[in-house]
Design a protein around this ligand. Structure first.
Ligand SMILES: *[C@@H]1O[C@H](CO)[C@@H](O)[C@H](O)[C@H]1NC(C)=O
Ligand SMILES: *[C@@H]1O[C@H](CO)[C@@H](O)[C@H](O)[C@H]1NC(C)=O
Ligand SMILES: *[C@@H]1O[C@H](CO)[C@@H](O)[C@H](O)[C@H]1NC(C)=O
Ligand SMILES: *[C@@H]1O[C@H](CO)[C@@H](O)[C@H](O)[C@H]1NC(C)=O
Ligand SMILES: *[C@@H]1O[C@H](CO)[C@@H](O)[C@H](O)[C@H]1NC(C)=O
Ligand SMILES: *[C@@H]1O[C@H](CO)[C@@H](O)[C@H](O)[C@H]1NC(C)=O
Length: 462
């Protein structure tokens, strides 16, 4: 049963996370107590011809590989090295005219001049954050992570895998087509990416000539950290009335990649990471090892031996997280393999600092917490310093995924009022596979409304 559950989970992560988010994060407060939180996921397979190939695909997607993505994941994990980049990026399943064999594969929306349209933008990609823009149009963000925001107007967006809807204002007298474009955001300084092609779809104004040429949409360069920062800085809650001002639990988690020493007899095959090592990732230097029995089930049924309750609330070593080579790179960039959870009392008010490390390479990590949204009360570059960090305790954005800035930090606050076991992980799927995750175990409070509900009678069994 357990392995079946794990497979189901990884399928959801690979293909349906954004759909899950769309379904599960629309309310500010979770239904508490007796009701359960299960959502239906529709698996839709279709045969398509794209980029000169015909194959069966799942239709919700943002990145496209010619090969089966589960096979790719297996190969990458076996190699110890990094993942290949996608063969194409898609908007609503369409790669757009800049790829081979897809000149007609352009999704087009007809719009009426002068009207305002609501676009819901979801990054359903697996391993990439993405920019999005529309030529000659400004976009006003009105909602993010399922919560309304104070309207904030931008030229381009950065969307972490997750959800970021927005509304869009249109100019009054258009006479042309306008391109929409998405393209990857990759912040690791060592990384270079040629963005030769990007998917496009076209806004076609009624009345525009069908042969008119779309004005190209401009995207920031793939490593434009400033564009990402100004976007995040502009997000503000409409009403942060339940923001915890007092803190019971002050947590500090480092997040980042590791390279484990090669223990393989066939290093050329299995140790293709930097310096002949094996890629891994960790939070507070602990690489999450998937348990044989689901954490929630092990907790609910008191099945011993599948996780420990000693996830550290602060790093075990304090050093210059961003610039320092804590473990004497390249000699020790190891982490500790384990399955640990951090226990929270019901109702405790939590502040969590997420700190990117440069152990292998700094990078913007989109960290997603299940079961909760959180207020992002601060963010910055470099190491978090409580004496100088500026926190917004007035109208911080309420999100469930935060792209922690490259070589920087983010400060989150939430009240632990949803009992259960809740996974927190990097939403770049390969980083989750490498262990950039942990879980909170939130204890029950008093009475049925503050208690983890029973599983539903129709909980699928494997
Ligand atoms: C795309 O087409 C060009 C020009 O015909 C060709 O050189 C290139 O190899 C093709 N790329 C792929 C991925 O098929
Ligand atoms: C903010 O939310 C609180 C609690 O839900 C409510 O009492 C208050 O009126 C809201 N304020 C605004 C400005 O909407
Ligand atoms: C492993 O790779 C190294 C460097 O690429 C090469 O010199 C060596 O011959 C390879 N060893 C085997 C057993 O393939
Ligand atoms: C790694 O260890 C070797 C031998 O122990 C040493 O010569 C080298 O300086 C170390 N590298 C770093 C970056 O500390
Ligand atoms: C992480 O854990 C590994 C294995 O115990 C250890 O070698 C390394 O020094 C630790 N690094 C940090 C930063 O704590
Ligand atoms: C941790 O697990 C990874 C992946 O299975 C493995 O490559 C690595 O050697 C393990 N590290 C230790 C110290 O056992």
């Amino acid at each position: 049963m357990s392995s079946c559950l794990i497979v189901r989970l990884s399928l959801l992560l690979s293909f349906y996370t954004s759909y899950a988010l769309a379904a599960s994060h629309t309310t500010k407060h979770w239904p508490r107590g007796a009701s359960t939180r299960f959502y239906e996921f529709k698996v839709q397979k279709t045969y398509v011809t794209k980029l000169c190939n015909r194959k069966e695909i799942i239709t919700i997607n943002g990145e496209y590989w010619h090969k089966n993505v589960l096979k790719i994941e297996k190969q990458v994990l076996a190699s110890g090295g990094g993942p290949p980049i996608a063969d194409a990026y898609l908007i609503n399943g369409h790669p757009g005219p800049l790829y081979n064999c897809s000149s007609n594969d352009v999704y087009q929306i007809d719009v009426v001049p002068g009207k305002t349209y609501l676009l819901r933008i979801i990054n359903a990609a697996l391993n990439m954050e993405h920019f999005f823009s529309i030529s000659n149009h400004k976009m006003t963000i009105v909602e993010a992570g399922g919560e309304y925001m104070k309207p904030f107007t931008v030229d381009q967006l950065m969307i972490t895998p997750g959800r970021r809807p927005m509304s869009l204002s249109m100019p009054t007298s258009p006479s042309a087509e306008y391109d929409m474009a998405m393209g990857p955001y990759m912040s690791a300084p060592e990384y270079s990416l040629s963005r030769t092609s990007q998917p496009l779809r076209i806004f076609q104004y009624t009345g525009a000539s069908l042969t008119s040429v779309g004005l190209p949409a401009e995207l920031p360069s793939f490593n434009d950290n400033l564009a990402v920062k100004s976007h995040l800085d502009g997000l503000r809650s409409l009403n942060a009335s339940d923001l915890p001002l007092e803190i019971d639990n002050n947590l500090f988690f480092t997040i980042g990649l590791n390279v484990e020493k090669c223990h393989s007899a066939t290093p050329n095959k299995s140790c293709q990471g930097p310096n002949g090592g094996v890629f891994a990732a960790s939070m507070n230097n602990i690489t999450f090892v998937k348990p044989q029995v689901a954490l929630l089930q092990a907790y609910y049924d008191s099945i011993q031996g599948h996780f420990k309750e000693n996830f550290p609330g602060v790093p075990m070593k304090i050093y210059d997280f961003v610039n320092g080579a804590p473990n004497n790179f390249p000699n020790d960039t190891n982490s500790l393999n384990d399955t640990r959870v951090k226990v929270l009392e019901y109702g405790s008010r939590v502040q969590l600092i997420l700190q990117d490390t440069g152990t292998v390479s700094t990078e913007n990590h989109p960290i997603h917490l299940h079961g909760y949204s959180f207020y992002v009360v601060g963010s910055g570059t470099g190491n978090y310093n409580p004496l100088t960090a500026k926190l917004n305790l007035v109208d911080p954005p309420y999100l469930n995924t935060i792209g922690v800035s490259v070589g920087g930090w983010a400060a989150l606050r939430f009240t632990a009022d949803n009992p259960g076991v809740w996974f927190m992980h990097c939403h770049l799927e390969i980083h989750t596979s490498w262990g950039l995750s942990m879980a909170f175990l939130v204890k029950n409070g008093k009475g049925p409304l503050e208690t983890l509900p029973h599983p539903p009678s129709d909980l699928p069994k494997c």
